[in-house]
Design a protein around this ligand. Structure first.
Ligand code: AMP
Length: 526
């Protein structure tokens, strides 16, 4: 008879080589993505084979090959239809939400539900495309650590709704990445600046210290107000504009030059060339008072361009005013005055523009923090938080977020009834009692929506659920308590209890713009 040798679990662990638990921090950005870890107690960005730590969030699909990052970016001009960029904008939304689809070079499949794009490598949805970016980042980490890295913290914009967060988690699952936590981007930035540390930010009032994160990127402005009290980060308000970013400043400069140089009817190539030049001038003006360059148009006309910082500021004044107005809206949402802000953190490439900082200084007395590279600060914060989760760091703070949009249900006449209000602190549980409309009704349909509008049609549909097997009773008699729960990652679950019979039903909401469990399983088998 063979004897089995049995060891105590602790004994096995004692003999196993000690391997440090690795959880990486990932900034899955619209334009660029980054992956970071902690080495010698400092956040470091991991580099790809070409020594780049900022990886363009671009995927190129050919028949037999998928390229990600700079190699994909380089295919943008030669094969725009199969080169997908800014996929983050398509996460968790439907085709009808893409207003500018005609100006995009992709072959969208025009249908309801999850967005699908026809590529040389087959039909791809945003979750699969994002997962290809994540697979690439995971490979960078595997190469760096010489072993498989499976756990990560992924950052998302604070305003990301339920569907967008779920889509991000599903993309990670497809890339065989286990999401330990979704972390709001502004919270990650505050962590990178060490604002958890009492020495870095004083909790002057019993209400805690307040920090405003101003994130101006290429296409969007995200403003978040964080409250810090007793080691807890809480996002108390989010505001911004998904259509305001560096591109608009480039375009403003472009229009100014057209007028100044009396240029009209430019060819497509000249337009692209001039827009690119405007971007370079803008970036140049962040470190110089004046930027000069020449540009040869296709009609052989040579443009001698010279723009000063003051000129650029005047051209951009409307955009600056718009951004500052949104800052005031965020303050109103948080119910605080500018003086209540203790620190301001600048994030995003556009935050390098000096007059942006000056405009904020005119509103606030607070210290402005911008010494960490604004392109890398979010990934660095994610790596610090990941290190804490991995148990490698003695700090242990709680992160609390708010829900950026109200959550409600459809009631008679297509009116939204809000159940969890915008800017409520997460995690949160709210219950609502329902009953039946007619005698012996055994089913009840609940349509869950997210948004601020009173009309359901103007809100985002998150899903519909049907409560079945309600015991037949007179209309209005059944007492159905529906519980809406949003966890710390911002993910919603709903359960129901019919209280006269105590029959409980747990309802899984089919994501409106995500993958079903079956679709997930099928894709994981590919
Ligand atoms: P992001 O989306 O955060 O990568 O930011 C990209 C935007 O930042 C683009 O509009 C860039 O032109 C802009 N940007 C990057 N570097 C600078 C700079 N030095 N000065 C001004 N704008 C910059």
């Amino acid at each position: 008879m063979a004897l089995l040798q049995i060891s105590e679990p602790d004994e096995i662990l004692a003999h196993a080589p000690l391997q440090k638990k690795i959880i990486v921090g990932i900034d899955l950005g619209t334009t660029n993505s980054l992956i970071a870890t902690i080495e010698d107690d400092k956040p470091v960005l991991l580099k790809d084979n070409n020594n780049n730590d900022i990886i363009p969030s671009v995927v190129h699909y050919s028949k037999n090959d998928i390229l990600v990052g700079m190699e994909a970016y380089n295919k943008k001009l030669s094969d725009p239809t199969n080169t997908i960029s800014s996929v983050k904008r398509f996460m968790g939304i439907g085709f009808s939400d893409i207003k500018d689809y005609k100006s995009l070079p992709y072959q969208f499949i025009q249908k309801d539900g999850l967005i699908e794009i026809n590529t040389n490598c087959g039909i791809k949805n945003p979750i699969e495309i994002a997962s290809d970016i994540l697979k690439h980042l995971k490979q960078i980490a595997n190469n760096h650590f010489n072993r498989e890295v499976t756990d990560a913290i992924i950052t998302v914009p604070a305003y990301f709704n339920e569907s967008q967060r779920l889509a991000t988690i599903q993309a990670a699952k497809l890339a065989n990445i286990n999401v330990m936590r979704l972390l709001n981007e502004p919270t990650a930035a505050a962590i990178a600046y060490g604002l958890d540390n009492q020495n870095n930010i004083q909790e002057q009032t019993k209400d805690g210290a307040k920090c405003l994160v101003f994130d101006l990127g290429g296409g969007t402005l995200d403003i978040s107000i964080l409250r810090l009290y007793q080691g807890v980060f809480e996002v108390i308000a989010v505001n911004g504009d998904t259509m305001l970013g560096g591109d608009d400043f480039d375009y403003g400069l472009y229009c100014y030059i057209l007028e100044k140089e009396h240029l009209n009817a430019l060819t497509n190539e000249d337009t692209a060339l001039l827009l690119n030049t405007c971007k370079k001038i803008k970036e140049d003006l962040s470190s110089k008072n004046k930027s000069c360059c020449t540009l040869l148009l296709s009609n052989k006309r040579l443009l001698n361009l010279s723009i000063t910082q003051d000129e650029f500021k005047n051209i951009s004044q409307k955009l600056i005013d718009k951004a500052i107005n949104l800052v005031h809206n965020a303050l109103t949402d948080a119910n605080i005055l500018p003086d209540a802000i203790d620190k301001i953190i600048l994030v995003g490439g556009m935050s390098r523009v000096p007059f942006i900082k000056h405009a904020l200084q005119e509103v606030f007395n607070a210290e402005i923090l911008n010494h960490i590279d604004p392109d890398k600060v979010v990934a660095m914060g994610a790596a610090i938080q990941a290190d804490i989760l991995a148990g490698n760091n003695k700090n242990d703070w709680l992160l609390l977020d708010v829900t950026p949009l109200s959550l409600g249900i459809e009631t008679m006449g297509g009116i939204t009834q809000k159940i969890i209000h915008r800017n409520s602190t997460l995690p949160i549980i709210k219950t609502q009692q329902f009953t039946t409309f007619y005698d012996n009704q055994t089913k009840l349909l609940i349509h869950i929506v997210q948004g601020e509008h009173d009309l359901v049609a103007k809100c985002r549909s998150l899903g519909r659920l049907v409560l079945e097997d309600i015991p037949p009773m007179k209309a209005g008699e059944p007492r159905i308590v529906v519980t809406f729960q949003i966890d710390a990652d911002g993910l919603l679950s709903v359960s129901a209890l019919e209280t006269t019979t105590n029959k409980a039903t747990t309802i899984a909401i089919k994501p409106s713009f995500g993958l079903t469990e079956d679709e997930m399983t099928a894709l994981l088998k590919l």
